[in-house]
Design a binder for this molecule. Structure first.
Ligand code: A3P
Length: 315
């Protein structure tokens, strides 16, 4: 197993089963199947690094999600909540007014993927807040760090992913994206195993994993922010409640607010080709009806029902 070290990782990564990301003709968009999950090739060393080199601290908070499930929103909410004593949400100098949420919360997958950027993680003050798309089985076990997972109704996630990827591949068809998701071979898939891993971990250790849903955040963001704050050990005081701190965080992190910040309207995500504005679209539940045929919807619902059967989790 030591052969999977960072230095010789490339050689062995190239021996793992591979597939191209749907609609892609470019080998840079290669997925590799590592421990049952289709990871972007360049992030396989990060999965290995998470086990081998990442040293968790007991008060670490890791945001985990599949792409397009509300990661950006949750990053912003968690950052605003955890940093509220230094940066009150209504403050004119709040970091979220000049930085993208992804610049406020380091991305473990990229930092551990090589290129000597991991030292940034050691330099972060405690409690550290980080995010990942890695499946639960790839997170460090020791250290007891807390994980906040966000999941989203799979049909809406599929639609959101297609829109996002189209920002750099305008020719990408929804049908191709849909097929790859249903087959499990899209980034960080199969989606059902990703969701179930965190669901089970939250059932067996609710003090370690908080399982949130995008639709619930839409329905009652304030209540979910309170839940998040309690979970990370920073509950809102009565005085904060009365001063409207929760409402301030919710407003600061709303889609309208983030979407309109200069930093989120221009430029590209660090190290990626995606324009930042592609992270902020409609932000609603049920948009799948505008893109899926009834057969597609039925097929995906059947996959979900089949994979989640008897788990207690439903969509
Ligand atoms: P839609 O494409 O359905 O609009 P991620 O951050 O994981 O990439 O997820 C992106 C999805 O979250 C997009 O969904 C995006 O519009 C939505 N989103 C981003 N910021 C949001 C916010 N502040 N509030 C609600 N939804 C948000």
């Amino acid at each position: 197993a030591e052969r999977y070290s960072k230095d010789d990782g490339d050689v062995l990564v190239s021996a793992l089963p591979s597939k191209l990301v749907a609609g892609s003709t470019n080998s840079q968009r290669m997925l590799r199947c590592y421990q049952g999950f289709w990871l972007p090739e360049s992030f396989v060393p990060a999965a290995i690094g998470l086990h081998r080199r990442f040293v968790p601290r007991p008060n670490d908070v890791i945001i985990a999600s599949l792409p397009k499930c509300g990661t950006t929103w949750l990053n912003a909410l968690a950052f605003a909540t955890m940093a509220r004593r230094s940066y009150p949400p209504a403050g004119a100098d709040h970091p979220l007014l000049r930085l993208s949420p992804h610049q406020c919360v380091p991305f473990l997958d990229a930092l551990l993927a090589g290129g000597g950027r991991e030292a940034r993680l050691d330099a972060l003050p405690s409690p550290r807040l980080m995010y990942t798309h890695m499946p639960q089985t790839m997170l460090p076990r020791a250290g007891g760090c807390r994980v906040v997972y966000i999941c989203r109704e799979p049909k809406d996630t599929a639609v959101s992913l297609w829109h996002f990827r189209r920002s750099i591949h305008p020719e990408l068809s929804f049908a191709d994206t849909f097929e790859s998701i249903c087959g499990g071979a899209n980034p960080y898939g199969p989606f059902w195993d990703h969701i179930l891993g965190y669901w089970r971990a939250s059932e067996s250790g609710p003090e370690n994993v908080l399982f949130l849903r995008y639709e619930e955040l839409l329905r009652d963001p304030a209540e979910n922010v309170r839940k998040l704050a309690r979970f990370v050990g920073m509950p809102f005081s009565q005085a904060e409640e009365e001063a409207g701190v929760v409402r301030g965080i919710v407003e600061l992190c709303s889609l309208e607010s983030l979407k309109n910040q200069e930093v989120n309207r221009n430029g590209y995500m660090d190290g990626l080709k995606f324009p930042r504005k592609a992270l902020f679209r409609k932000g609603v539940a049920g948009d799948w009806v505008n893109h899926m045929t009834p057969e597609m919807a039925r097929r995906m619902d059947e996959i979900v029902a089949d994979k989640l059967r008897a788990t207690g989790l439903t969509f």
